[in-house]
Design a protein around this ligand. Sequence first.
Ligand SMILES: [Zn+2]
Length: 348
Amino acid sequence: MESPYLTCGIDLGGTSVRVGLFDADLRMIGSSSMATRVASGPDNAVAEIVDALRKLMNNESVESLLGIGIGSPGPINLRSGVLGPLPNLPGWENYPLRDALAEATDMPVILESDANAAAVAEWKLGAGRDAGLDSLAMMTLGTGVGSGLILNGQVWHGIYGMGGEVGHTVIQPDGDLCGCGSRGCLEMYASAAGLCRLARQVAASSIDTSALGVLISQPSGFDPKGVADLAARGDIAAKQVFVEFGRYLGLGIANLISTLDLPLVIVGGGVATAWSLFAQSMFGALEQHSVVYRLMRPNRLDALESDRTAIVPAKLGSSAGLLGAALLPRLEAGEQNRGLSLSWETHQ
Ligand SMILES: [Zn+2]
């Protein structure tokens, strides 16, 4: 019998769910997107996912499917496969997502946090692809700050699956109150929402903030792209917003580098596309705050040099989470074939 050659990746988010079917070379051969109907509950979402997968499989036999990987917002208990209190999925707490999906499909299901799935994708297929590294961190600067750690070839889960929450490390003890209950989390500064908050702070400061002031007082609201466009046109105040943003981000990464001495940190997510606006202050903060980075920095700041620590932009864009999810069953199968054990848990 022909060995299974397809994998299914699922990217579960607070507003939408994407289901993708991938061939042996991780080429997407079909995908389906749907709105996350949060109020209808997780059982209904699983039923819709299974329905979408059946349609994507079309004429493919069930035997051709190797497995299903799913990335979900965290926190998740990755040991038990049970969802934690998710801000974007209210009412889904304590739902056994992995088991429910495995029972509904009769397939092995690998559950990861969405940030870990994105880290796996960038590690194997994106910015880390040609480096051959077995340790790195990936930070996703979106609404919040997601992060995934790969240590010695494995996703670092911590004890319960909540390891690698770099976004909730504290960089300002008396700072703004975070949704997690702590004050001054990195996520309060180095995210899309954080950038908008910084824009309001800069607009209230002394330099010429007339254009930034107009932007942030728009009745329809504003987003990081609006600030970036203004900065790209040379507006001093908008540029200052990204300088502050880079300082906070660099401080967060400095703590990570000093703790783990990583060879690579990949920075992705929507705000990371403004890389040229914040990179200089980010690298400056790294220099200032991390002795390990000062010792290990490369000659060219964002280049990959052997035995040096590089901080580089992500390559896969918003598809990283879906790709990473689809990659999980394949990695697990490959590692098992080579007699290695992975920490990813499956449900048979
Ligand atoms: Zn927090």
